[in-house]
Design a protein around this ligand. Structure first.
Ligand SMILES: Cc1cc2nc3c(=O)[nH]c(=O)nc-3n(C[C@H](O)[C@H](O)[C@H](O)COP(=O)(O)OP(=O)(O)OC[C@H]3O[C@@H](n4cnc5c(N)ncnc54)[C@H](O)[C@@H]3O)c2cc1C
Length: 459
């Protein structure tokens, strides 16, 4: 970018909404991954019109533009890999319209996930996907990564709730996709193309989301198992039992050990733990479902089964699950945390396979995740200041991706691809699929200006 480009951007957004101060550029070099690269400037647009003018300028002057929410990406997807201008959406943070009778909410992309839930609470409605980063991540980021969470098995992911979008295209045109109806069979589904597109096809400037009535009754149960197979079979049986648990989490033996040693959790020495929540709109509904879950635990010879008798007891069990990330992360200065996903019935095979790959390699690891939708989080700890360790750990992760794809799985259940998983795209997507993705990118963004370097689209 040249100085005259920066001056032109200042004229569009206003001088006070532009920065090229080193301290800001360093902050915008990072996200939640171990990738980093510095941009040349950052701007804080107020509306889609300003973004449209910036994109027209970027096309004329050929500098990269990277849309940014809260920067919590785990994959380097928001790292400005080729420099350029970061567009921080923080000023576009208004909830525009809550239409409960239509079960819809219209938001700007910079609205923080938790702020939306807070605004919906008085109406008894909610936006069901629930990323663990919800206190800070933005809805624009959620749509652009198709974020999911712990309740995915029953409530799906962000994609399932996006009805309509306003998007600024790489050439500056503004497009409105989808419909404000609860269903529509009209035309090609442009909305879905932008959901999960990681800011490479367009900048999302307005989002219409479907909302749900919030469940009012909950039950929590936990069981321990001597073998992974038993735990895996219990998962399969629960999913066959005619109910859908709202949460079905699995933790394997390394995770359990780390929780005992680092968080002082009172847990048995077993191969696996399952932690389940059921919910409903009546106490009877949640109770009926949890009884099915407990029956599946017992049928699979669970070593221990416990049920939370109160909200307080349930909270204690969920606190154990929430402690996993920080307890494991404290073992070494760095970690790689993945979100590989397989068909539900393949979860035990994936767990055993990852254990086989990682055991005896000299690096502590844990595996936990959302067994109810086949999404596991293997996390391996190492010292990133030692290049040998960094290399070795990445080689182990290569094997995990290969195993996942061999089992018919996907590289990412919720975090996306970004820079971190770009080299593995060919394992999951065939050559024709990759060609189509690149064709789409090239058609919308022939000069490769919007968030370049991501998802192996410019290779
Ligand atoms: C502690 C922690 C826990 C996490 N837990 C979860 C989890 O449970 N589930 C989950 O799915 N993810 C999780 N994540 C990953 C991350 O929070 C999500 O991917 C989230 O959706 C990113 O939102 P963000 O606002 O931080 O976006 P950013 O990180 O800023 O951006 C992410 C991507 O979206 C693009 N983008 C952002 N805004 C726009 C826009 N307006 N238009 C177009 N593109 C845009 C960016 O260019 C980038 O490619 C976690 C991350 C952390 C650090």
């Amino acid at each position: 970018m040249e100085q005259r480009d920066k001056e032109a951007i200042k004229r569009i957004v206003g001088e006070e909404h532009f920065t090229d101060e080193l301290i800001d550029l360093v902050s915008y070099s990072y996200d939640g991954s171990d990738h980093n690269h510095r941009p040349e400037a950052a701007a804080y647009p107020a509306d889609s019109e300003q973004i449209s003018r910036i994109m027209r300028l970027a096309n004329e002057r050929r500098f990269p533009v990277i849309p940014r929410g809260a920067g919590t990406s785990m994959t380097g997807s928001v790292v400005p890999a080729k420099g350029g201008l970061v567009l921080d959406m923080v000023r576009m943070n208004r909830i525009l319209n809550i239409r409960v009778p239509d079960r819809q909410v219209v938001v700007q992309p910079g609205v923080v996930y938790a702020a939306l839930q807070k605004a919906l609470a008085p109406s008894g409605f909610c936006f069901p996907p629930d990323p663990a980063s919800g206190k800070v991540c933005t809805l624009g980021g959620n749509v652009a990564t198709n974020a999911g969470g712990i309740r995915g098995a029953k409530y799906g992911v962000t994609r399932d709730y996006v009805l309509a979008l306003e998007v600024v295209l790489p050439d500056g045109r503004i497009v409105h996709t989808g419909s404000k109806c609860m269903k529509s069979s009209s035309g090609l589904d442009l909305t879905r193309i932008f959901v999960g597109s990681e800011g490479v096809l367009g900048i999302i400037t307005e989002i219409t989301l479907k909302i749900n009535p919030k469940p009012t009754a909950f039950r929590t149960a936990m069981a321990s198992f001597e073998t992974l197979r038993q735990a895996g079979q219990a998962v399969t049986d629960i999913m066959h039992s005619g109910i859908l648990p709202s949460v079905l989490e699995i933790m394997e033996e390394n995770t359990i050990r780390v929780l005992r040693e680092k968080s002082g959790a009172d847990l048995p020495e077993v191969a696996a733990l399952l932690l389940v929540e059921t919910d409903g709109y009546t106490e009877g509904e949640a109770e009926y479902a949890v009884e099915k879950v407990v029956a599946a635990f017992q049928d699979n010879d669970a070593k221990t089964v416990s049920r939370a008798g109160s909200q307080e007891e349930a909270e204690k069990l969920w606190a154990i699950r929430r402690a996993v990330g920080s307890a494991a992360g404290s073992l070494r200065p760095n970690n790689l945390s993945e979100d590989v996903t397989v068909p539900i019935s393949k979860v035990p095979q994936l767990l055993e396979g990852i254990q086989e790959i990682m055991t005896g390699q000299g690096y502590p690891f844990v595996i936990f995740g959302h067994a109810g939708d086949g999404n596991l989080h293997p996390k391996i700890m190492f010292d990133g200041s030692d290049p040998k360790q960094a290399r070795e750990v990445h080689l182990l992760i290569d094997k995990v991706f290969q195993l996942t794809c061999d089992l018919g799985g996907t590289l990412s259940g919720e975090h996306g691809i970004g820079l971190a998983k770009a080299p593995y795209m060919h394992l999951e997507h065939d050559a024709v699929a990759m060609e189509l993705m690149r064709l789409l990118k090239n058609t919308l963004d022939p000069h490769n200006l919007l968030n370049p370097g991501k998802m192996a689209l410019d290779q």
